[in-house]
Design a protein around this ligand. Sequence first.
Ligand SMILES: Cc1cc2nc3c(=O)[nH]c(=O)nc-3n(C[C@H](O)[C@H](O)[C@H](O)COP(=O)(O)OP(=O)(O)OC[C@H]3O[C@@H](n4cnc5c(N)ncnc54)[C@H](O)[C@@H]3O)c2cc1C
Length: 385
Amino acid sequence: MQDNNKYDIIISGAGAAGLLLAYALSCKKNLSKLKVLLIDPVKKKGNDRTWCFWTKESTPFDSILSKSWNQLEFVSQSFKNDFSLSPYNYRMLRSEDLYSFIWEKLSETESFQFLQAKVEQVEQRSGHAEVLTEKGTFKAEKVFDSRLIQGDFTGIDERYNLILQHFKGYLLETKVPYFDMGKIRMFDFRIPQKQQVRFVYVLPLTERKALVEFTVFSPDLLNKGEYDEVLQKYIANLLNIQDYKILEEEEGIIPMTDFPFKRNISENIFKIGTQGGMCKPSTGYAFLNMWKDAQAIANQLENKAPINLQQSEKRFQYYDALLLDIMKRDGGSISDIFSDMFKNNRIQLIFKFLNEETTLAEDLKIMWSVPSMPFFKSIYNLAKN
Ligand SMILES: Cc1cc2nc3c(=O)[nH]c(=O)nc-3n(C[C@H](O)[C@H](O)[C@H](O)COP(=O)(O)OP(=O)(O)OC[C@H]3O[C@@H](n4cnc5c(N)ncnc54)[C@H](O)[C@@H]3O)c2cc1C
């Protein structure tokens, strides 16, 4: 093998997780001598998704956010309220902005190279890993693998719960000013639940423009037309907007599973991103997890520590498994569970809990505040399996 096929690090898959890792490495002066190869069949440019996340901390991506909000509205049949999010805010980042921001930063140094190719296999060899592609074989001291084909869940063991978070959204523009720009509607459960978890969220970008997205958590997808039907009814009847233009559409599928993704595959191979279990099983949020993970990896490399990728704490894995079981068995009850959770807790505590930063005492406070019966049934179910 020629020397120019040898790298310190290969990142297989240059989507969100791969690019965030490359970015975190590029921020470390001590790692500037590393030779890094990113491999992906496509060099992503366009806006194929919009990431939202909440945090109290600043991130390097704050300058390219499309918008951030300090107010949140929760609506269901039984409860409606506005919440002030401070010190958190809810942030929106368009993928096209992130892709160009990161590729621009990577182009400032010779350390990062991109190979447009499909990775066929990643294999452990003695003391290094090998990446087999249609354009040749490459070796590296460490390979971080994030290959992912949307909607392909073949790696997930069927003994575990797998629910799909599937959604369709319109970026719409109204004729006249309509939206309150300072406030998102994070959950609106007033649409028919059909024994599933179904809600709409509204993210206003200007007084006339908003992303309105219909989301379902269920084992199976809906018929294509049903997403549009629900969205159009919601816009007409619950937002009371008759005159609007659809500027863009977004759709996607995110796996929500309690399958324990293996991360430290071998001495030189590691899994990141969705394949590394970074999508929180009960919410599907992954962006902040992936960014924290990328920083942790860069720190371990900087400190010359062995790479040891972390998973969620056991108790959070258990809560997620319970919620997934409820969603699968009795999705219609989630609207009541969420209504009570929002009614009886500060939003800051809910965000902290969903970010897995709470103490056990705080977890218990949240759990006592919601209907207990669905949880008892799922505790029994999980114990039985
Ligand atoms: C439409 C959509 C909206 C989302 N919104 C949010 C959100 O608001 N907030 C949030 O926290 N999370 C969100 N997520 C979940 C999650 O953040 C994203 O899915 C995120 O992109 C996951 O990052 P990833 O690197 O695991 O996968 P991807 O970003 O999909 O990257 C995987 C990469 O692997 C590449 N690949 C595939 N096969 C190969 C191969 N054989 N060889 C090499 N490369 C290969 C692909 O081309 C791709 O570039 C959303 C997901 C979707 C689909």
